[in-house]
Design a protein around this ligand. Structure first.
Ligand code: NAD
Length: 247
């Protein structure tokens, strides 16, 4: 479904991002995964190469808050591969700090990675996509972008902003044949959730009509669809992948 497309996936070293990288590789894409540290990037690359030595995948770890560093990296990728077809902005951090407990910089830390970093990756990618006549951007939102959450207000605030950036850029970049969509996962079984005890998971599951939490592959499948030509007329969409979770 993605034969020969060149895709960048941020936060591709573990969890949802790793599942997206693997799904894209299985579907013929060449993937550059971004992580935060050399060590975790190498580990992810090693495990992907063990799965299939023929996959074309490499890694980088630019500081996503540093616009210049990100631009340099994306330009180098465009130079090497000749194009950037898909950008998946998946890297993100969650937050559960109560409003009274926020320390200086705490709110900004979440906004910097969950919002500003998206702007930093999108800007240079759009330049390349315009030159090549089109492309596709997928931003990772969350179900909290619809429901909010009681605590860690920076996190839902950032994901509402992700939705706003997504629909606005879809309108701005549509004439350039650049599609911009977001995926809004519900609770998904990544390291963070796997560590929760069963007694915390059970009440969550009871409120989900499909009666299970999401798997990283559920989210990766949505990202595969949105990146593929099957979604050629889909833009400005915030696609919930949450089993119809209720607030
Ligand atoms: P995770 O913590 O397992 O992985 C996060 C990824 O982001 C990692 O690859 C990590 O390297 C990267 N990252 C973290 N901080 C970084 C930084 N400062 N610079 C660069 N990269 C950094 O998380 P996940 O559960 O796989 O979440 C991925 C995305 O999905 C996030 O945007 C998250 O908000 C969203 N999401 C997750 C869930 C869930 O239940 N897991 C639900 C809704 C939305």
């Amino acid at each position: 479904m993605l034969k020969n497309k060149v895709a960048i996936v941020t936060g591709g070293t573990r969890g949802i991002g790793y599942a997206i990288v693997k799904k894209y590789l299985e579907n013929g894409a060449k993937v550059i995964l971004f992580g935060s540290r050399e060590e975790t990037v190498s580990k992810a690359l090693q495990s992907l190469k063990e799965e299939n030595a023929n996959w074309i995948v490499e890694g980088a770890y630019p500081n996503l808050s540093d616009a210049d560093a990100v631009e340099k990296e994306i330009n180098a990728i465009a130079e090497k591969y000749g194009r950037v077809d898909v950008l998946v902005n998946n890297a993100g951090i969650s937050d559960s700090t109560k409003i009274d407990d926020y320390q200086p910089g705490g709110f900004e830390k979440v906004m910097n990675l969950n919002v500003l970093a998206l702007y930093n990756t999108i800007k240079p990618s759009v330049k390349v996509m315009k030159q090549q006549g089109g492309g596709c951007i997928i931003n990772m939102s969350s179900m909290v972008s619809k429901f909010g959450q009681p605590g860690g207000v920076a996190y839902p605030t950032s994901k509402f902003a992700v939705n706003g950036m997504t629909v606005s850029l879809a309108r701005e970049l549509g004439p350039d044949q650049i599609r911009v969509n977001a995926v809004a996962p519900g609770v998904t079984r990544t390291d963070m959730v796997a560590a929760l005890p069963e007694e915390m998971i059970a009440p969550l599951v009871a409120r989900i009509p499909l009666r299970r939490i999401g798997e990283p592959e559920d989210i990766a499948n949505a990202c595969l669809f949105l990146a593929s030509d099957l979604a050629s007329y889909v833009t400005g969409e915030i696609l919930s992948v949450d089993g119809a979770t209720m607030s």
